[in-house]
Design a protein around this ligand. Structure first.
Ligand code: TYM
Length: 456
């Protein structure tokens, strides 16, 4: 399966507009049917413009929820937050050294900034080196393609350039990525009909705002300035309401309205009302999922945790290759990707922080069913009552002399937030805890303790 990577920055207020949707998120959902997708919330990028703790936190949280709500099914999608993967910053710092200044000086974001209000000496270095962080974002995952809007095309080209230089100077570690920019959504124009839809230009139609706000945005959309009365023949070209209807309207109805509009048989208001209704209908499921996710922070955390774990594996592998290729790794290297890192690891035991430990959830459960699965000589299948739910948990202890009677109707401690593991065509949803005994493990009895109670 081919791989893609893309990202959205929680700049502005972290909200998404239909330009982001058509130019980015919709592409992701389509491509996810046939590609392995890595999608990131690029919070480190947002620091170039947002330097306010509360605001950055809020924007990032908002974007995470909005994007997840729009993506829906995460099959084939690894969704993660850039700052959860420190390798991005490390690779950026290494790529600095193979990137000529001139390349970055030609970058649009930097040039636009200078063209506006800022003196060159005042441009923050983060903004200047933004394309390099984006190159790191991309190259870490060796994607085949990078779906973006046209405004990001140059960044992907810079990435190719940087990757080529690195490969030539050291050794061919990186894959040169291809931008993927479908022509019809390369630039979605804003409601002013002139410039790219962008929060900072105030020409957006948002997806998750209150209905009145969206209605106002739709009603303010540029149509045909020459048309004064509803019975004047109107123009379709450059008329943003019809541009958006190409994506959100029903084919037949849109064609009907187009005809009526050019014949002066339908008012602007009617067409705009139709667009508004279609937008509401299109995004109703996502708006509902958003409300659900907002009520379930644990679910969101879990998605991001899974995403971070998966991305760490991929990014560590690339960083290992980068460190090897550049000569950073040598015979005295202490830190090496893929090996354990803390001093006590050297003796074979990892030091972890209390925060890391508290991510392990251990709960009291009662075994209400214990059976020997067919075709296994090792496993016992337990159904465990955790008070609020029942879980299937397999344990491979039969060969150690344990039988179902050792478990049935007894209470033990279980780890309950492990990623499910497929066993005997079923998912094992946890692990029973044991301590080492003289000749076999001994299970930790939790008799008399409340079902579902967590170890603190
Ligand atoms: P950002 O957050 O500005 O925009 C996210 C995506 O939406 C696209 N887009 C549009 N497409 C068409 N018409 C529009 N009016 C429109 N507005 C936004 C953007 O082109 C983009 O694809 N630097 C990136 C985020 C990023 C990234 C990456 C992307 C960080 N690392 C690695 C790809 C790969 C950005 O700020 O996009």
């Amino acid at each position: 399966m081919k791989r893609l990577l893309s990202g959205i920055t929680p700049s502005g207020d972290g909200s998404l507009h239909i330009g982001n949707y058509l130019g980015a998120v919709k592409q992701f959902t389509e491509l996810a049917k046939t590609h392995e997708c890595f999608l990131m919330v690029a919070d480190l990028h947002a620091l170039t413009t947002i330097q306010d703790k509360a605001l950055l936190q809020k924007n990032t949280e908002t974007l995470i929820l909005y994007e997840l709500a729009l993506l829906g099914d995460l099959k084939n999608i690894t969704f993660f937050r850039q700052s959860d993967v420190p390798m991005h910053a490390e690779l950026q710092s290494i790529l600095n050294n193979v990137t000529p200044l001139g390349l970055l000086k030609r970058a649009h974001a930097y040039k636009d900034k200078l063209a506006r209000d800022v003196m060159e000496d005042d441009v923050n270095v983060g903004l200047f080196s933004y394309p390099m962080l984006m190159a790191a974002d991309i190259l870490l995952y060796k994607p085949d393609l990078v779906p973006v809007g046209k405004d990001q095309k140059q960044h992907v080209e810079i990435t190719r350039d940087i990757a080529g230089r690195f490969n030539k100077i050291f050794s061919p570690v990186f894959k040169l990525p291809e931008p993927y920019i479908p022509e019809e959504v390369a630039v979605v124009l804003g409601t002013d009909g002139k410039r790219k839809m962008s929060k900072s230009l105030g020409n957006i139609i948002s997806i998750f705002d209150d209905e009145e706000i969206i209605k106002k945005q739709v009603m303010g959309t540029y149509t045909d300035p020459q048309r004064i009365h509803a019975n004047d023949p109107g123009h379709i070209e450059g008329n943003m309401v019809f541009t958006y209807l190409e994506f959100f309207g029903e084919r037949g109805k849109t064609d009907e309205l187009k005809k009526a509009y050019t014949e002066g048989k339908v008012s602007d208001i009617e067409v705009k009302n139709y667009l508004y209704d279609r937008l509401m209908k299109t995004f109703a499921p996502a708006r509902k999922v958003y409300e659900e996710l907002k009520r379930n922070p644990e679910k969101v955390k879990k998605i991001l945790q899974d995403g971070a774990e998966k991305t760490h594996t991929v990014a560590s592998q690339t960083m290992k290759e980068v460190r090897d290729a550049t000569g950073i790794t040598n015979q005295y290297s202490f830190f090496q990707y893929g090996l354990s890192h803390s001093p006590s690891d050297v003796q074979g035991l990892a030091l972890i922080s209390i925060d890391e430990f508290s991510r392990v959830e251990m709960r009291v459960g009662k075994v209400v069913e214990a059976t020997y699965p067919e075709k296994s000589e090792k496993l016992i299948r337990l159904v465990v009552d955790l008070g609020d739910e029942k879980r299937v948990i397999f344990t491979g202890v039969r060969t150690l002399g344990y039988t179902i009677d050792d478990f049935l109707d007894k209470q033990f401690f279980f780890v309950t937030n492990l990623a499910p593991r497929k066993m005997m065509n079923e998912e094992s949803q946890g692990m029973i805890l044991a301590v080492d005994g003289a000749d076999k493990p001994l299970f930790l009895s939790a008799e008399g303790m409340p079902l579902g109670a967590k170890i603190r």
